[in-house]
Design a protein around this ligand. Structure first.
Ligand code: G
Ligand code: G
Ligand code: MN
Ligand code: NA
Length: 254
């Protein structure tokens, strides 16, 4: 049986689940929100990583079903996180190119917000530069309608796609996520340092928030924080974890 056939069965069997990775304030290290990261717990293969199943789901369309489920489940989970922490945490959810282009996406978003009772401004939708560039005119109208729901838009893997900076002027974007390839060799790499400094400077002048991804060491944390990066996501401050562990992390250091 192919991985693809196994995936359809897995949806029926409820084998997909969500992990949550903390996004923290770089200075205080307080958790501000989480990124939802999908996992597949296969009875025989164990935990199948998203790099193996997301591309298949993207090509056969299953991502629309999986993504709708993930968005709704993440919103429901966010509501519980907020109730436990007693503060307005947010949830950041990846939206693939195919989900973004799906005519039903805005209905799916509205349904997730209404069903869970979270407010739209506690949601961040992560898209890549590639998603925007497929059809910028269509993308602009979808983004505007997303922001009408108060959801914020983050550019994931910022700086790694084929795109022009012009879209930062044109589209209603709130957050840049610095790709971890630019963080990994900090602080030694002067090229990566220059790239991170340039992104932070650009973001400051465009009034955008920045999340540094893949921060694994105190040295990287120190570099990024001293350059004015406000938010961090990485193994240093929390790996992707199941909801019960995320709840424990919230009660730990709120
Ligand atoms: O931990 P990590 O291996 O969790 O995730 C790898 C990649 O898989 C992420 O960068 C992201 O692009 C993709 N991914 C993970 N979860 C989701 C999800 O819920 N929806 C979509 N569309 N992509 C996801
Ligand atoms: O959506 P995106 O491609 O940005 O997904 C984030 C990916 O980065 C996920 O696969 C997640 O597991 C991974 N990740 C998060 N923090 C770290 C980190 O500190 N180091 C490494 N190597 N990967 C990380
Ligand atoms: Mn992401
Ligand atoms: Na990323």
């Amino acid at each position: 049986i192919s991985l693809e056939a196994a995936m359809f069965q897995a949806v029926r069997e409820g084998e997909f689940l969500l992990y949550y990775q903390p996004i923290v304030d770089a200075r205080t290290r307080q958790i501000q929100g989480f990124e939802t990261l999908m996992r597949w717990k296969h009875p025989a293969l164990g935990l199948v990583p998203p790099v193996r199943f997301i591309p298949i789901a993207e090509s056969n369309g299953l991502i629309n079903l999986l993504g709708a489920w993930a968005l709704k489940a993440a919103c429901v989970q966010l509501k519980q996180f907020q109730e436990v922490a007693q503060r307005p945490l947010y949830m950041s959810v990846n939206i693939s190119p195919r989900q973004f282009r799906n005519d039903k996406f805005l209905d799916i978003l509205d349904d997730a917000i209404t069903f869970s009772g979270v407010s739209g401004d506690n949601l961040v939708l992560e898209i890549t530069e590639g998603t925007l560039m497929i059809d910028p005119v269509h993308a602009e109208s979808i983004l505007v309608r997303m922001t009408e729901r108060q959801a914020r838009i983050a550019i994931d893997d910022f700086g790694t796609g084929y795109s022009s900076l012009a879209y930062l002027k044109r589209f209603p974007i709130s957050v840049l996520k610095i790709d971890r390839t630019f963080i990994k060799d900090l602080p030694a790499s002067s090229k990566d340092a220059a790239i991170c400094n340039a992104i932070l400077d650009l973001a400051k002048h465009l009034n955008l928030s920045v999340v540094a991804e893949g921060v694994e060491t105190e040295e990287q944390m120190h570099f990024i924080e001293s350059r004015g990066c406000q938010y961090v996501q990485g193994y240093l401050t929390g790996k992707p974890m199941p909801a019960h562990a995320a709840l424990a992390a919230l009660s730990d250091k709120t």
